[in-house]
Design a protein around this ligand. Sequence first.
Ligand SMILES: C[S@@+](CC[C@H](N)C(=O)[O-])C[C@H]1O[C@@H](n2cnc3c(N)ncnc32)[C@H](O)[C@@H]1O
Length: 346
Amino acid sequence: MNNTVDTPGPGAPGPDTPSGPDSSREPDAPLTSHTPNVPNTPDTPDAPASEASHSDTPHAEAPGYSPQWLELREGADAAARAPGLLRPLRAFLADRPPTDLGLVISDLGCGTGSMTRWLAPRLDGPQHWILYDHDPRLLDRAAALAPPTAADGGRVTVSTEQGDIGRLTVDGLAGTSLVTGSALLDVLTADEVEALVDACTGAGCPVLLALSVVGRVEFTPADPLDAELTDAFNAHQRRHRDGRRLLGPDAVTAATEAFERRGATVHTQASPWRLDPSRGAEESVLTEWWLRGWVEAAREQRPDLAPRAENYLRRRLNACAEGELSVVVHHVDLLALPGPAEATTS
Ligand SMILES: C[S@@+](CC[C@H](N)C(=O)[O-])C[C@H]1O[C@@H](n2cnc3c(N)ncnc32)[C@H](O)[C@@H]1O
């Protein structure tokens, strides 16, 4: 059963976003665990990202995600995340038997750890977060930036695991209280989503998968080329890459169906990015980066659009610099709870 949690609606639909990715995968790497109980050391985020290091946007062919990009988007991500899913999640977790470590939470595709920084202070009690990614460089950064305390002051500890989500197993999740992922689903393939859902439902874990693109973007003001670029961008998100076909904007539907086939109850809530460069320099830089990546991905998908896309980008960047453009990039957060609705909501 798919329960859509009521949320202030994001307005009229538009097209998609570029959390787009370059998921270079660990070749059949077994799950390895290291750096247990890394102390939580606050750190200073990197300097504002330059365009050159923007390897996370859809145009990028370099492997891996730029930590600068992940950190630049963290504020917009935090503002977009769906708080309405926390109530059923907290209720579910409250009914579970406590472990020695408190809640054990596995954050898949953790990047630099923005999900931990957002969610740990919103859950009560001691927590141990397992930061999971195939990129060791991001794991190190995520561990160093983990938040120190839970909502009620409970201790938060972290460890890191380097591995491939496509190789998750039920045994690997034994003892896990919650699985999370953020800006992740849409960069996976159908097989990886099935593996993830299999492992999580097999282990009886609730799963919170935040900020998946859904293929809609709204620009204010509108431009005649918005729709064509959006279609090209969405096709790019669904592209074949290294023999893998990414799910892109189909990911939420695929995951919902996969969870429901295994008897889980799925709650979804909109989590749109609302970018308004007139709000300050950081949002202006984020919007500019996002725009560049979005247009470049569309152009890569549809080379015939190149001359018009270049003019479009120039117009949009000028408007962004003048604070005369705003963008809503639609996402959806998904919470899957084991079992039927009656047993998972109070
Ligand atoms: C768009 S980033 C999101 C990072 C972070 N969750 C956030 O919200 O900022 C996607 C992350 O998933 C990781 N990733 C993608 N595919 C993966 C896979 N098959 N196995 C493990 N990690 C993966 C990437 O390395 C990257 O850190």
